[in-house]
Design a protein around this ligand. Structure first.
Ligand code: PLP
Length: 449
């Protein structure tokens, strides 16, 4: 095997990394992760690192689950690939469709398979427009999303997303996608209570619908909790108000469950945590615990009927829609989540424990707010806790803290100056304690610098 220096030289020479400052990467050298077990990563120098991010919010069952590798292996020997275009399908995809309908909220009767969360959101854009077209309202094309949302990196996914640095590259958003404010109480709530602010933030949807004209609006999309935007947990009043407004104007509601789905909040889906009854639900990541790439869109009965019975054909699909090995792994993932009671454990045991310990960090001089739900959390690093004033150069201290965390053997992500965790759902209390010790030590060292 190659040395770390060799890997880094090859990486620097040939590898264009996603969402990466390549100058900083060249300076620091790529960290080469060679293996993982349970909740720990190991790098090419043999260092052990606690994975506080489940890879990229996806390895919910932790690393090294042999049965997931074994079902993939067996499926590849039996039938490594077939499509579902040619009036055909195969057992793993059909079985997964059945299982998904069983574990998702009751309105969902169908699923469309994709290879990723981004493809799922592209599928949403096309399905929503197709739906209104079939119903004889082709002028309903506008999809309303939110600033600082993340819905993927394809042209439609990045357009649905509300990330200014993404829009700045490639001339986004594409036409027909507009953004309203986010329900970010800590940063934007001012003097309002969370409950008051939640309603104010939701009413921005009604204002936007009226501005555009209700007969032109097709759908609203939101992550139950904005993940990549900084783990923004809306006040409890937000989603019920959004739901009412969507109903009032008859627009479709889309809950992007790519991060929240499959147990992250302690419910199977973030929609259940917040009481959202959506029409479409993009899923990915935790669906296969990240072991193989797969995503999909859950489709509510009333939408499926229009697309299937009235529409007939939906001219959309991917070579890897419902890949057999990925479907087999997703089935096994869902069965493990169920059989081992993992979601219940997040809700009633490890989630509350992690949240209690996480909130203890709010006493740290750098931490303005420690928030979270289930096994997802954020720390707001601020200059002045009383006024919530941030640092002069946003992102500087977050990046520093992230690098210090890594040197202390912990992956914590930085979104500007918000530190984020979303560890594997299978964590033990000892793992939580270790995460907290490393996080506190890293905050102390960040403060000293
Ligand atoms: N939607 C949400 C809420 C996400 O967090 C992500 C990825 O982080 C995506 C969609 C895109 O998924 P993928 O990276 O699998 O394309």
């Amino acid at each position: 095997s190659r040395s770390t220096a060799d890997w880094q030289a090859l990486d620097a020479a040939h590898y264009l990394h996603p969402f990466t400052d390549h100058a900083a990467l060249a300076r620091k050298g790529t960290r080469v992760i060679t293996r993982a077990e349970g909740v720990y990563l190991y790098d090419s120098d043999g260092r052990q690192i606690l994975d506080g991010m489940s890879g990229l919010w996806c390895v919910n069952l932790g690393y090294g689950r042999r049965e997931l590798a074994e079902v993939a292996y067996r499926q590849m020997l039996e039938l490594p690939y077939y499509n579902s275009f040619f009036q055909a399908a195969h057992p793993p995809a059909i079985e997964l469709a059945r299982l998904l309908v069983e574990v998702t909220p009751p309105q969902y009767t169908h699923v469309f398979f994709t290879g990723s969360g981004s493809e799922a959101n592209d599928t949403v854009v096309r399905a929503v427009r197709r739906y209104w077209d079939v119903l004889g309202q082709p002028q309903r094309t506008v999809i309303i999303s939110r600033k600082n949302a993340y819905h993927g990196s394809t042209m439609a996914g990045a357009s649905l997303g509300g990330m200014a640095p993404m829009h700045a590259q490639g001339g986004l958003p594409i036409p027909g996608i507009v953004h309203i404010r986010q329900p970010y109480w800590y940063g934007e709530g001012g003097d309002l209570s969370p409950e008051e602010f939640g309603k104010v933030a939701a009413r921005a949807l009604e204002e936007k619908i009226l501005e555009i004209g209700p007969d032109k609006v097709a759908a609203f999309i939101g992550e139950p909790i904005q993940g990549a935007g900084g783990v923004i947990i809306p006040p409890s009043t937000y989603w019920p108000e959004i739901q009412k407004i969507a109903q009032r104007y008859g627009i479709l509601l889309v809950a992007d469950e790519v991060i929240c789905g499959f147990g992250r909040t302690g419910e199977w889906f973030g929609s259940q945590y917040f009481g959202i009854e959506a029409d479409l639900m993009p899923i990915a990541k935790g669906m296969s615990s990240g072991y193989l790439p797969i995503g999909g869109v859950m489709v509510a009965d009333r939408v499926a009927r229009v697309l299937i019975e009235k529409g007939g054909d939906f001219n959309h699909g991917f070579t890897y829609s419902g890949h057999p090995a990925a479907c087999a792994v997703a089935c096994a993932t869902i069965n493990i989540l169920r059989n081992e009671g993992i979601v219940d454990r997040v809700r009633s045991d490890i989630g509350p424990y992690l949240q209690q310990r996480w909130r203890e960090l709010a006493d740290h001089p750098l931490v303005g707010e420690a928030r979270g739900v289930g096994l997802i959390g954020a720390l707001e690093l601020v200059k002045d806790k009383a006024t919530r004033q941030g640092f002069a150069d946003p992102g500087e201290i977050g990046t520093l803290c992230r690098d210090i965390c890594i040197s202390n053997g912990l992956v914590m992500r930085a979104v500007r100056d918000t530190m984020i965790i979303a560890p594997p759902l299978v964590m033990t209390r000892a793992n939580v304690d270790e995460l907290m010790d490393k996080a506190r030590r890293s905050l102390d060292e960040t403060l000293q610098k």
